[in-house]
Design a protein around this ligand. Structure first.
Ligand SMILES: NC(=O)c1ccc[n+]([C@@H]2O[C@H](COP(=O)([O-])OP(=O)(O)OC[C@H]3O[C@@H](n4cnc5c(N)ncnc54)[C@H](OP(=O)(O)O)[C@@H]3O)[C@@H](O)[C@H]2O)c1
Length: 246
């Protein structure tokens, strides 16, 4: 197990991609803090991690609220004392056409997806810089690269995560910290479960491999970046999208 002894934090780990990432890191030997907006949901993933023989601490946090992120990192410090891996996965959508998009819909998406990534990374980097070692992976999206009608707020947040990733990668490369983004295409989770059959059929026509991805497809990419295999990769956006954008 190549991540034995590593301490990892995965945000939004109750379901979908975050849950799959948490289980993959645990399978490879990492101990974890797993978060969600509900303690019960975070606990469910923590129990699954424990069944794999790893330590797992559940925590309730809204990553869009800086004081809650600070409380999360107090836990990281008291329980782990250091942090090897941060996966900024928590994310939401509030879709709508631009003309009708409300300020609250814009703010909610930017706060969770982009400001949450900033706040968690800022705290994590303090620990990683001290240790002169660390791995950060930000879960962006293919639509942050190519855009998507009806998702101006979400696309802006995901494109922002890519710029953020590259800036922080340059800032901390000398401290042996890598910072990368994974840009998933359309993945089978609750987030895409709301799409109608006709929208799914249209999307499939744009995906050369002719299927939606699985959360495990993304977890494998994250694992590559946080393991020794990815040690010379930083500031990169790893597309995991079935060829939807190349
Ligand atoms: N699914 C896709 O096709 C796809 C494609 C590209 C990128 N992504 C990105 O991948 C990430 C995971 O997506 P998913 O499809 O797995 O989503 P999901 O099934 O909807 O799960 C979202 C996760 O984020 C957590 N979360 C939501 N709001 C939060 C907040 N304010 N603070 C902290 N955690 C919060 C949720 O916790 P609760 O259970 O407590 O709500 C849940 O664990 C997101 O960043 C998403 O944008 C997904």
């Amino acid at each position: 197990m190549s991540l034995t002894g590593k301490k990892a934090l995965v945000t939004g780990a109750s379901r979908g991609i975050g849950r799959a990432v948490a289980l993959k890191l645990a399978l490879e030997g990492a101990d974890l803090i797993v978060t969600a907006t509900s303690l019960e949901r975070a606990q469910k993933t923590a129990e699954e991690v424990s069944r794999l023989g790893r330590r797992a601490i559940p925590f309730k946090v809204d990553v869009g609220v800086t004081s809650e992120v600070e409380a999360l990192f107090q836990l990281v410090t008291s329980e782990f004392g250091s942090l090897d891996i941060l996966v900024n996965n928590a994310g939401i959508t509030r879709d709508g056409l631009l003309m009708r998009m409300k300020d609250e819909e814009w703010d909610a998406v930017i706060d969770v997806n982009l400001k949450g990534t900033f706040a968690c990374t800022r705290e994590a980097i303090k620990l990683m810089a001290k240790a002169k070692s660390g791995r950060v992976v930000n879960i962006s999206s293919v639509v942050g690269e190519i855009g998507n009608a009806g998702q101006a707020n979400y696309c802006a947040s995901k494109a922002g995560m890519i710029g953020f990733t590259k800036a922080v990668a340059r800032e901390y490369a000398k401290r042996n910290i890598t910072v990368n983004a994974v840009a998933p295409g359309f993945i089978e989770t609750d987030m895409t479960g709301v799409l109608s059959d006709s929208v799914r059929d249209e999307l499939l026509k744009q995906i050369p491999v002719n299927r939606f991805g699985s959360p495990e497809d993304i977890a494998n990419a994250v694992y590559f970046l946080v393991s020794d295999l990815g040690s010379y990769v930083t500031g990169h956006v790893l597309a995991v999208n079935g060829g939807m954008h190349m």
